[in-house]
Design a protein around this ligand. Structure first.
Ligand code: SF4
Length: 473
């Protein structure tokens, strides 16, 4: 179902400038680009300043309390700056989950549009749907068009929703069950974007295709008899290989660890981006069972060792929930020990937030906030020193990188907007693949000089960093 947007150019006095504010994760960013594509297809143009826009849209995040506060703050700020007659629309996860409360609490908002509600310009009071309890989306933004990539890289969402039921997570409640896009649709979007690096995202990417009766990593993969249906390819490993034929670097984020099969690991590394963002969340087996998740410290250590053994140049990232109900000092020590041993390149730590309607919210043994802060500090400090050491060890090596913007590049080790970056001479054109020698570490960033004149763009996206000053083939 296409959201209803009246053609701006055909109605006298109709708004024709929009301002779109996005909060939250890369998945939300993709939704915003889809919304922008939709608005532009209907004749709207982006506004340079919110105060000049006729339509202001806030794409909110409802992941945790802090994200919700940030979203509300953005709504209030835009509400204060909107010009007379402009419309302010709130969409995204908060609108989906707390539509009724938002509509009542924010009089400056003209419409609260959950995922299944068209963004409209009609005057208040619009949000009859918003006053209804949160419901599952009646349409997805997934297959809507979006503008061509503005940067040399772009996120592409391969599925919406999630079939897992992690104890701390409310996302399946309002994003609904997983709906995977077809391989054809993903490839068509990659082609239309024209980006040199594509970052594939979803709530649970390793399950891509499962709802289409494909078995990730198996059906549709080379040697398995081919895709089951024309244009379809089962399994994330197969998806990575196919997408790689349409862009020069394919990166994956948010990989549920049990889905990191040998086949997927190989597909990622062989496609030219040995970057593994493992969604571990903790390492205490007891706590992970309570989170209704897979794994323990031993299994995760084996996974890390296996990846590094096969692909020594691999970069590893993970995120962890700190202060899940029932977490003890012993669990926390286990996490610290794992961090010391695993020597991940990057890691993020998030304080547990009791989300309404989740299994964990009603668990006893909630951890005091002060203790959660203390534990986060300890984890961050330890990981900070590990990351700094690992970045420092790259000085003197060479790598191939994509210049994202003037003076800034990324190799396979740095995901856009998440990790550090590589500072390069500003004269290298944006969109260029360049071979670099790392000369210095600067906090989380690296400083590099180019090894050879830049050629835009080179067909080979990434060669692993080598310690001897050569770029491995
Ligand atoms: S995998 Fe777990 S944490 Fe991730 S979106 Fe699904 S339920 Fe939430």
């Amino acid at each position: 179902m296409k959201p209803a947007l009246a053609p701006a150019a055909t109605l006298v006095g109709m708004p024709n400038r929009y301002w779109l504010e996005t909060l939250g994760c890369p998945k939300n960013q993709v939704d915003s680009e889809k919304l922008a594509g939709l608005l532009e297809a209907d004749g709207y143009q982006p506004s340079r300043h919110p105060g000049q826009a006729d339509l202001l849209v806030v794409n909110t995040c409802a992941f945790i309390e802090a994200a919700r506060e940030e979203s509300v703050e953005a709504v209030l700020q835009l509400g204060a700056s909107k010009k007379p007659g402009a419309r302010l629309v709130v969409t995204g996860c908060m609108a989906q989950r707390y539509g009724e409360e938002l509509a009542l609490a924010l009089p400056e908002v003209d419409q609260v549009a959950g995922f299944g509600v068209p963004v409209q310009l009609a005057r208040k009071p619009v949000p009859a749907a918003a006053r209804a309890p949160a419901r599952l989306p009646s349409f997805d933004l997934l297959n809507l068009p979006r503008p061509a990539a503005q940067a040399p890289w772009a996120y592409v969402k391969v599925a919406e929703g999630c079939d897992r039921h992690c104890g701390f997570c409310a996302i399946p409640q309002f994003r609904g069950p997983q709906r995977s896009r077809s391989l054809e649709a993903v490839v068509a979007e990659v082609d239309a974007l024209g980006a040199q690096e594509v970052v594939l995202v979803a709530q649970d990417p390793v399950s891509w295709g499962r709802d289409r009766r494909f078995n990730p990593g198996e059906i549709g993969a080379p040697g398995s008899g081919g895709p089951r249906a024309p244009g379809e390819g089962g399994g994330l490993a197969h998806l990575v290989k196919v997408v790689r034929q349409h862009t020069q670097r394919v990166r994956l984020l948010y990989l549920y660890p049990s889905g990191l099969s040998d086949r997927l690991i190989d597909a990622m590394a062989e496609s030219g981006c040995s970057y593994f963002d493992m969604s571990l969340q903790h390492v205490s087996g007891r706590l992970l069972r309570s989170m209704r998740r897979f794994g323990d410290a031993e299994r995760f250590a084996q996974l890390v060792a296996k990846i590094r053994q096969r692909y020594p140049e691999a970069a590893l990232r993970s995120s962890f929930v700190v202060g899940y109900p029932g977490e003890t000092e012993e669990d926390h020590d286990q996490l610290l020990a794992f961090l010391s041993e695993a020597q991940l390149d990057w890691a993020g730590f998030f304080g547990f937030s009791p989300e309404e309607g989740t299994y964990a919210a009603q668990l006893a043994d909630q951890v005091p906030a002060a203790l959660v802060s203390e534990w986060i500090s300890e984890c961050s400090e330890l990981q900070g020193s590990i990351t700094a050491e690992r970045r420092g060890a790259l000085v003197g090596t060479v790598c191939r990188a994509l210049v994202d913007r003037p003076g800034q590049a990324r190799s396979h080790r740095e995901a856009p907007e998440i990790d550090g970056l590589i500072k390069v001479p500003r004269h290298i054109p944006v969109g260029t693949w360049v071979d670099l020698k790392i000369t210095k570490a600067d906090g989380l960033d690296l400083v590099a000089r180019e090894l050879q004149p830049a050629v835009a763009p080179t067909p080979t996206p990434q060669a692993p960093c080598a310690p001897d000053g050569t770029v491995a083939a």
